[in-house]
Ligand binder design. Structure first.
Ligand SMILES: O=C(O)CCC(=O)C(=O)O
Ligand SMILES: [Fe+2]
Length: 315
């Protein structure tokens, strides 16, 4: 009898224990899942907000903080922080292209036809010639061959965007003394018409890939923070035109300084907040070209086109 009672008591005691246990396990489980989701969101966000030194292997960016030997730094892809939050976000992407890849992009530029580079003046809607920009430029096609596609994919990965957010690659050539004076690459909501933000929103980031160094000079000069990036063929400077909250970062104002000897070649990629490729564009080349004195040019704008159609614009 006593044994039966005990059995009964045990069998009655068992369900509440299992339920409690189940609730406990469920609680821990959902806690773990929620923590995991939160960690994903935070880590995705911090990837966007901060690019730390990293190394590229097998197409994947390694964890931040990977330490590199001096030999690795000469040959491998790695990211150097020039300036970081709370200041402007400016990085050098070392060894992004080989010498052969640099040469092949220069040839593609020449084949596309290098022409005087154009700008959009502040508040303007059309591309015009200006003394702000004395170098020549050519637009390449999106996905035009393996080197262009490699850059599109790599820059999207580093900035945590999609390749389609990028404008077409533009090749720039500076002879000795040619330059691209002080300007910013973002559109300014305070002065620019809404159509300049279509398609793809504002320019989020700029990558300037150095294809050939000048003998001397030719730096990308961030004058507001007294920082000059010296071109190194095969490497790139990447900076965020927008702050993490989406407002324009005025400390990214920069110039392409004139080579003091020799020539400089670069490829520029502007990356938008959203998809840019395959959508209608609103910025057009001025027809007929306006005379310099008719253009309100405050020396801070730039904009490029391919042949007759605007491919993008910047101020
Ligand atoms: O050539 C440079 O260093 C600067 C180029 C530039 O500012 C641009 O393409 O937006
Ligand atoms: Fe620029």
């Amino acid at each position: 009898m006593g044994t039966d009672d005990t059995k009964r008591r045990r069998s009655y005691a068992a369900p509440p224990a299992a339920v409690l246990c189940g609730i406990f396990v469920l609680g821990i489980g959902s806690g773990v899942i929620l923590t995991f989701i939160a960690a994903q969101v935070v880590s995705r966000r911090s990837e966007i907000l901060e690019v730390k030194p990293q190394k590229l292997r097998s197409g994947m960016l390694n964890a931040p903080g990977t330490s590199l030997s001096p030999a690795d730094k000469k040959n491998e892809f790695w990211i150097e922080t020039i300036s970081d939050l709370p200041g402007p976000r400016i990085y050098v992407l070392h060894n992004i292209l080989t010498k052969e890849e640099c040469e092949s992009l220069k040839s593609l530029g020449v084949m596309a036809g290098m022409e005087k580079a154009l700008i959009i003046p502040y508040g303007g809607k059309e591309l015009v010639e200006s003394s702000t920009r004395t170098n020549t430029a050519a637009w390449l096609e999106y996905h035009q061959g393996p080197v262009v596609t490699k850059l599109e994919n790599l820059l999207a990965k580093v900035t945590n965007t999609e390749p389609e957010n990028g404008e077409n690659l533009q090749i720039l050539h500076y002879q000795t003394s040619q330059q691209f004076k002080e300007h910013h690459d973002y559109f300014d909501p305070a002065t620019d018409p809404p159509e300049n933000f279509e398609p793809g929103g504002n320019r989020l980031a700029t990558a300037i890939i150095y294809l050939q160094n000048a003998e001397e000079g030719g730096e990308t000069d961030f004058m507001k923070i007294d920082t000059k990036v010296k071109p190194e063929a095969g490497s790139a400077v990447l900076f965020y035109d927008l702050k993490p909250d989406g407002s324009v970062d005025k400390l990214t104002i920069h110039s392409g300084n004139p080579p003091k000897g020799g020539e400089k070649w670069v490829a520029t990629k502007w990356i938008h907040e959203r998809r840019y490729q395959g959508l209608p564009r609103h910025v057009k080349k001025a027809e007929p070209a306006k005379k310099e004195e008719e253009v309100v040019d405050n020396g801070k704008s730039s904009a490029p086109v391919d042949a007759d159609t605007a491919q993008g614009a910047k101020q």
